[in-house]
Design a protein around this ligand. Structure first.
Ligand SMILES: C[S@@+](CC[C@H](N)C(=O)[O-])C[C@H]1O[C@@H](n2cnc3c(N)ncnc32)[C@H](O)[C@@H]1O
Length: 318
């Protein structure tokens, strides 16, 4: 790989390695392997015997990561899978337990920088946004051209946190009555005119985030997948999750707090009856953020937040 121009620069790399503490002989799951940057560092740090299973739903990411990780031979395996299916992938690998897991949520630079994928409004391209184009699922163009106005408004409001979602959805519907909205830059122009900039974030940014989440059904998959990876951790094993916006981070924070809670009695019980001992502890009480030195060379890292938990009890109770 060309070190001067990586396909995707892994964020919070030193922090991830510092928290996961990969060890020789350990088994690691990278649930979002992308261009293989974090995976490569995990394999380097766990040499000579550490192994890694990398998953990604994007066939181009699988191809890129397979190339990057080829030098590790049989220590690395990369599969085209959605992380919702990670338990099955681990079973197929014969891995009942793992020593660490990483989820680096969101999109990769490979996806954003390829205009034809339709993730970015900085470049003119078709409104696609599917992480797995072979899935046959609806594209962003399908959603903006077909959904009823109220559904569009809800998507923009909930997943883009767009305060002027009503105006943006109205403008989309008006525009599509004249001609279908087919391009990234075309959509960006429509919503910018209708909703402008609020709180320093432009309507195109919010709209693209919302549509990407909707197209890929992103948020609903996070909690069950992270929980399922956590359930496989050996005592002392750690799960690390990097999120890029508050909606993702809220899910991770709530899940980790729930997993680390000792008492599992229903909230209405006035006193604890379960005598519970928590199976996980929070390694990061507050999310770790990138240092200024990192965001200077990689502005895309700016919104990254890393949370880590550790298995302290018996396996299989998450
Ligand atoms: C931020 S990138 C990961 C970059 C990677 N850590 C690296 O160092 O190159 C996120 C990746 O997660 C993948 N992804 C997103 N949702 C996924 C899912 N549900 N299952 C599997 N992969 C997913 C995307 O296709 C993308 O390649």
């Amino acid at each position: 790989m060309d070190r001067a121009a990586p396909l995707h620069r892994p964020v919070l790399l030193d922090e991830v390695i510092g928290f996961l503490l990969p060890r020789d002989g350990g088994r690691y799951l990278d649930a979002t392997v992308g261009a293989g940057g974090h995976a490569e560092a995990i394999l380097d740090a766990s040499g000579p015997g550490g192994q890694l299973l990398g998953l990604d739903r994007d066939p181009e990411a699988v191809a890129a990561a397979s190339r990057v990780l080829a030098r590790f031979g049989g220590r690395a395996r990369v599969l085209k899978r959605c992380y919702s299916d990670l338990a099955q992938a681990l079973d197929e690998a014969g891995w009942e337990t793992i020593d660490g897991a990483l989820f680096d949520l969101g999109v990769s630079s490979m996806q954003i920088d390829t205009a034809e994928r339709g993730f970015s409004f900085q470049k003119a391209g078709p409104l696609d946004m599917r992480m797995d184009p072979s899935s046959g699922g609806p594209t962003a163009a399908d959603l903006v051209n077909r959904l009823p106005e109220a559904e569009l408004r809800d998507i923009l409001f909930r997943w883009g946190e767009e305060p002027r979602a009503r105006q943006a959805a109205r403008a989309i519907v008006r525009a599509r009555e004249r001609a279908p909205i087919e391009t990234t830059t075309g959509l960006a122009e429509i919503v910018r005119r209708a909703a402008g900039k609020r709180g320093g974030i432009d309507a195109a940014t919010r709209t693209f985030q919302a549509l990407r989440i909707a197209v890929n059904n992103e948020l609903s998959r996070i909690e069950p997948a992270v929980r399922s990876a956590a359930a496989r951790l050996v005592p002392g094993g750690r799960a690390a999750v990097i999120s890029f916006h508050s909606l993702e981070d809220r899910i991770v924070k709530t899940l980790f707090r729930t997993l680390a809670r000792a008492c599992v009695c229903p909230r209405e019980f006035p006193v604890c009856r379960c005598g519970g001992v928590s199976a996980f502890s929070l390694v990061t009480r507050r999310a770790a953020r990138p240092a200024e030195a990192e965001t200077r060379v990689n502005p895309r890292a700016r919104s990254a937040r890393l949370r880590v938990i550790e298995r302290v009890g018996q396996k299989g109770t998450a």
